[in-house]
Design a protein around this ligand. Structure first.
Ligand code: HEC
Length: 127
């Protein structure tokens, strides 16, 4: 095996190990089906699109697709909690509050789905 082949193999191995780690960190419950359900809730009865924009890149509310989290560490559990409680006025950085569940009447399971969608936007695996 020449040096070049060895280097290529090493790179491939690193990529495999790297993506394994990323997958292991993503909560196992975040299935593509759950994320798809969350996508639909985000753009309909969850009201999220109204403040965060249809592409979730921010409007009245902040961008949800970047790695910057104002109110939490951006983990899945933290996003679930955040969506459930919203952002009270006194904790809002912009002075604009987010009502609990965005002011919608989605169920706790729907909150988990929409949080899975939000999580997936900023934690893309394989890229
Ligand atoms: C009435 C407007 C409004 C609606 C509707 C709304 N949000 Fe928000 N959201 C905000 C504002 C405003 C903030 C943060 C304000 C600040 O601190 O500057 C926020 C913050 C957040 C954060 C925290 C972001 C961070 O960087 O830490 C998440 C996550 C979030 N919203 C998700 C959602 C989801 C999911 C929905 C739908 C269920 C939703 N929001 C509906 C206005 C809204």
């Amino acid at each position: 095996m020449d040096t070049r082949t060895r280097a290529v193999l090493l790179l491939a191995l690193t990529a495999v190990v790297g993506s394994r780690t990323a997958l292991a960190q993503a909560p196992a419950a975040l299935t593509p089906a759950l994320i798809a359900q969350g996508d639909s809730i985000f753009h309909s009865k969850g009201n999220c699109y109204a403040c965060h924009g249809a592409n979730a890149q921010g409007a009245v509310g902040p961008n949800l697709t970047d790695a910057e989290w104002i109110h939490s560490d951006g983990s899945y559990d933290a996003i679930v909690k955040q969506v459930t409680t919203g952002v009270p006025q006194n904790e809002s950085k912009s002075g604009i509050m987010m009502p609990p569940k965005g002011g919608s009447s989605i169920t706790d399971d729907e909150v988990k789905a929409v949080a899975a969608y939000v999580y997936s936007l900023s934690h893309k695996t394989g890229s």
